[in-house]
Design a protein around this ligand. Structure first.
Ligand SMILES: *Cc1c(COP(=O)(O)O)cnc(C)c1O
Length: 378
């Protein structure tokens, strides 16, 4: 049996008729850039996230970068983020001209540790950029409290967490509606993925929203009048039409991801550390990640799964502060011990709404088998 990380092909039959109709209509109208389907999707997406505004952009990386720029982050500013993320989070900070500053994570949820953020704040700090990694919301309450105290912007990296929720002040809120801006990626493998690259920014702030619209379209407030520095980063009309079709299914698909995670947890809880959600968090399980006792076990399990046709991935094997591209920041091994320890022990298993119960059984059997072989080897 061959099992991939994300089975996108299994999703298509259910979407086919609607997608082909929508795409045909756009081909006929040829309104490929900033078309009405994009505006429709933006409205639907804002409604879904329970924010006043949503703006489509070309990718999740651009969403973070434009959100930072729209909040006025510029050269010389510092933005505090997690080292335990996809490198795009950090690239976006650099491309906005600012300096990334890393705060270590909480081992339990793999997300940035609010207590470590406090220690990294300087007079140059302008924004906090928590990532809701794997789909588990970061500790937003203390993060927002710190931001209020120090007058900092909060931009949520929601690339892996579309449809995740966080309970604050007694109310459940969608990620992307908690900070000043939420940055989303619609890369195909995300919770809400399009058929190529895409992204969006959510916000309740009209001024920030208008700045986002300007920046994503060459800084123009009207055609050929560039008011501020911008670039080209728009969500294609075609992708927006696909996203509207998939958004209707997102709630149901997130439910299924949660059911899959429960099954995985039940079958693997004696074999590895399984993901735990905080009581005030509703996980979106973009990825299902387990953690082994040591690096050798992780490597043996990984090899065993791959040899048996089961995909698995390490998200991510090198924390951002140890990446070669980040050398100029001056971090060294030992600076962020929790992230450095976990990067060596984590492994993500196949996860997508169409994963079958039978596949879950095969995957977990093979994981358990590989760990047993490891123990025997001693
Ligand atoms: C995917 C991802 C991004 C970047 O999104 P793209 O659409 O690929 O540019 C940013 N941050 C995180 C945490 C991601 O997983």
């Amino acid at each position: 049996m061959k099992i991939s990380m994300v089975n996108l092909q299994a999703e298509y039959p259910e979407l086919k008729d609607e997608v082909e109709q929508a795409v045909k209509k756009i081909f006929e109208k040829s309104n490929f850039v900033l078309g009405e389907e994009m505006e429709n999707f933006e409205k639907e997406f804002a409604r879904f996230c329970q924010t006043k505004y949503a703006a489509g952009v070309a990718s999740g990386t651009d969403a973070i970068r434009i959100a930072l720029m729209a909040c006025g982050i510029k050269n010389g500013d510092e933005v505090i983020t997690t080292p335990f993320t996809f490198i795009a989070t950090v690239e976006a900070i650099r491309h906005a001209g600012a300096t990334p500053v890393f705060a270590d994570i909480i081992g339990k949820t793999y997300n940035i540790d609010p207590a470590q953020i406090e220690k990294k704040i300087t007079s140059r700090t302008k924004a906090l950029l928590p990532v809701h990694l794997y789909g588990h919301p970061a500790e937003m309450e203390p993060i927002l409290e710190t931001a209020r105290k120090h007058k900092l912007f909060v931009i949520e990296d929601c690339a892996q967490s579309c449809s995740a929720k966080y309970k604050t002040g007694g109310a459940w809120k969608y990620v992307g509606s908690l900070g000043d801006c939420g940055a989303f990626s619609f890369f195909p493998a995300k919770n809400l993925g399009c058929f190529g690259d895409g992204g969006a920014i959510t916000t309740d702030n009209r001024e920030i929203y208008e700045k986002i619209l300007t920046i994503r379209n060459h800084g123009q407030t009207k055609r050929y009048h560039s008011e501020i520095d911008g670039f080209n980063s728009r969500l294609d009309t075609l992708q927006a039409a696909v996203l509207s079709i998939k958004l209707k299914r997102l709630g149901q698909w997130t439910e299924r991801r949660n059911r899959i995670a429960e099954a995985y947890n039940r079958l693997l809880k004696d074999t590895a550390a399984v993901p735990v959600a905080n009581p005030n968090a509703r996980h979106s399980f973009n990825y299902y990640t387990i953690c082994f006792a040591d690096k050798d076990t992780r490597e043996d399990v990984q090899k065993h799964l791959l040899a048996n046709g089961i995909a698995c991935q390490i998200y991510y094997p090198i924390s951002a502060h140890l990446q070669k591209a980040m050398e100029y920041l001056g971090y060294k091994k030992g600076d962020l011990p929790v992230a450095e320890d976990l990067q060596d022990r984590i492994l993500s298993l196949p996860m997508s709404p169409k994963l079958l119960d039978e596949e879950i059984r095969v995957i977990t059997d093979e994981v358990k088998h590989a760990v047993k072989l490891c123990v025997k080897k001693g």
